[in-house]
Design a protein around this ligand. Sequence first.
Ligand SMILES: [Mg+2]
Ligand SMILES: [Zn+2]
Length: 207
Amino acid sequence: MTHAGAGRRLRRAVILDRDGVINDNRTHIHVNSVQDFVLFPEAPKAIRLLNEAGFLVFVATNQGGVGLGHLTPEVLDEIHRHMLDQLREAGAVIDDIAVCPHAPRAGCRCRKPKPGMLFDLAARHGFDLESSYMVGDRDTDIAAGQAAGARTVWILRDDADLDPVHSGHRHRPVSGQLPLPLPEPDFRATDLYSAVRWILRDADIEG
Ligand SMILES: [Mg+2]
Ligand SMILES: [Zn+2]
């Protein structure tokens, strides 16, 4: 038996939700083509800071549109290649992408708020979930992060409406799928850059 304890620390990770965190989907809430994918301007430098600090960086994204037939796995791959290319050109690296392609009511183990994608990433890449972070823009991201034992950051943009019942915005941070009260994140940020600055402070890395 070997133990991963003394001397050999597991790496830490930051797991990012995609829509509303890396890309701005307030116009095209369902990103079903490369043309719908609009990178937030602050995303590359935020991810670059995480790379430089030694974090593994992952994406965990619900893509129920695949299961519903709104986009094919091939188009989703194309969107993700486009995302990785845009980030790489700006010096930012995503180490892996986890996707739940199942329809919302399919009852799978991976669709957030379930933590399946986070456990799968940790098993595949060997990082410590308890010293890792989940960043998302919806209550379901925070619940998934907490269920996996990670610390959580909720990105609430200035125009986000937290009314859990009657949200007039197309960009809704509250899913309506979770029982109230809403999950309480470790930190609230207004965008990915401010989220990362907090993570670097929280992890005792100079931000
Ligand atoms: Mg989102
Ligand atoms: Zn799934």
